[in-house]
Ligand binder design. Structure first.
Ligand SMILES: [Zn+2]
Length: 443
């Protein structure tokens, strides 16, 4: 039997296990329904750490242990309130908003001001203090619908959310409202991280639903002097102790060389963090379980890492890389699943050319399972520090991206929008890739 035949039989076994008797969806159900949203520093995040450790033990990894990491803590507080008023009407118009992660509160009375709409940070700069001072800046540049990878469209719009408040404060704005990072027009606000950096003045920042953004924009054309009211009671606290969860399958030939498969255990507080990144957690735990189930004995140590605090700090990813480099641990490759639980499309590598060529050579083995993209790509936020510190080659799992941002960071990111078969296919794809990387490591 040729090597290629052996490999395709092994990969068939892996997919059969995932599809006939998979446990990824069950694991995701527990994480979503027993725990739910699990923002760093919350009670739910602590519960997720306990759950994660038990789950990896149950799946047969040995040893399973925790790695301490200090994480930021931010709380949303009371449900946010926003409405705008026009002179001709006595009744204000409600807007669906949510505070952005890391934002300061508006104070108990809220803020009330005129609105200046902009499409970009550059436009804000051009308007300057004369047009911005004392107002609420409304960032309303949509994600571009024509970009096929929605992650790329997100990357092209998210500067408004991350840096909008910091930039607007420079010109005397008293708050910002940012159009949600979603291509779908609905009434769900999507949260996400914002940063003040070295800003002297910290002003509150909220996301408004895409529908709300469209309505507000239209209202501003007719009533440029309308008044917007926002009230939020979110708060930044001191850092707290949390943990990464790590489990291993010891390598038979090179136990001190590691293949890392990871995802992030924390999520935003809205919704259940199902696609982001419960699906990734289920993928990597299940991939390890399947490799054990099919009786594969890896040459290198497979390390499953559940990172804490990807959403608002990446403290877990940084801590893991710091420890790995202090101990001078050899990392062959790090794989991350943080793009949702949809149908697998392929893998992208952030690595030297020879590594990418090797990855490409695996693609024919995945054809019958529908994966077609094997090439250059993005690794992942949690594994990024491994490349920075130790030049570890990175691989990101790529599922279909068309629906991801419908749910991303919103209260709609719940178990019910994850499909069991699609999730299982993702876990099998990752297990198959780990098998190939372990067997045919690029030295
Ligand atoms: Zn994520």
């Amino acid at each position: 039997m040729s090597f290629a035949q052996q490999d395709s039989i092994m990969i068939r076994n892996i997919f059969d296990k995932a599809l006939n008797e998979g446990k990824a969806y069950e694991a995701l159900t527990e994480l979503c329904k027993d725990i739910g949203g699990r923002l760093s520093g919350s009670k739910e995040a602590d519960e997720a750490v306990v759950w994660g450790k038990e789950k990896l033990q149950e799946f047969g990894l040995e040893p399973v242990y925790l790695q301490e990491v200090m994480v930021p803590k931010w709380t949303r507080g009371e449900p946010e309130v926003a409405h705008y008023a026009i002179k001709a009407s006595k009744k204000p118009f409600d807007l669906a908003i949510c505070a952005l992660g890391g934002s300061v509160s508006t104070g108990i009375k809220g803020i009330n001001a005129e609105v200046i709409e902009v499409k970009s940070l550059t436009e804000l700069k051009d308007l300057g203090e004369a047009k911005v001072k004392g107002k609420i800046v409304f960032y309303n540049r949509p994600m571009r619908a024509t970009i096929i990878s929605t992650f790329r469209a997100y990357g092209g719009a998210v500067d408004q959310r991350v840096s909008g408040a910091k930039e607007a404060a420079k010109y005397g704005a008293i708050g910002v409202l940012v159009r949600s990072m979603s291509l779908k027009i609905d009434n769900e606000p999507h949260t996400g991280v914002m940063r003040y950096g070295d800003a002297e003045t910290k002003i509150p920042a909220a996301a408004v639903s895409t529908l709300g953004a469209e309505e507000l924009s239209k209202a501003l054309v007719l009533h440029p002097d309308l008044q917007l009211y926002i009230k939020m009671s979110c708060k930044n606290h001191d850092e707290v102790l949390s943990h990464n969860v790590i489990g291993e399958i010891k390598g038979s030939e090179y136990p001190d060389e590691y293949i890392v498969i990871g995802a992030h255990l924390d999520s935003w507080d809205l919704g259940e963090g199902a696609h982001d990144d419960g699906a990734g957690i289920a993928h990597v735990a299940e991939a390890a379980r399947i490799l054990l189930e099919v009786g594969y004995q890896p040459k290198h140590t497979i390390r499953v890492v559940f990172y804490m605090n990807e959403e608002n700090g990446i403290a877990g990813g940084k801590k893991y890389a710091q420890e790995a480099s202090t101990k001078n641990e050899k990392h062959i490759v790090a794989i991350e699943s943080d793009s949702g639980g949809f149908t697998p499309r392929g893998f992208g590598a952030d690595a030297p050319k020879e590594f990418i060529e090797k990855l490409k050579s695996y693609s024919s083995l995945f054809e019958e399972y529908g994966l077609s993209y094997f090439g250059k790509g993005y690794g992942g936020a949690d594994i990024g520090p491994l490349k920075e510190k130790m030049q570890t080659p990175l691989i990101g799992y790529i599922p279909d991206s068309q629906r991801y941002f419908d749910y991303h960071h919103a209260s709609t990111d719940v178990l019910e929008v994850v499909n069991e078969r699609e999730l299982a296919m993702g876990a099998a794809s990752i297990a198959a890739l780990v098998y190939l990387l372990d067997k045919y490591e690029v030295k």
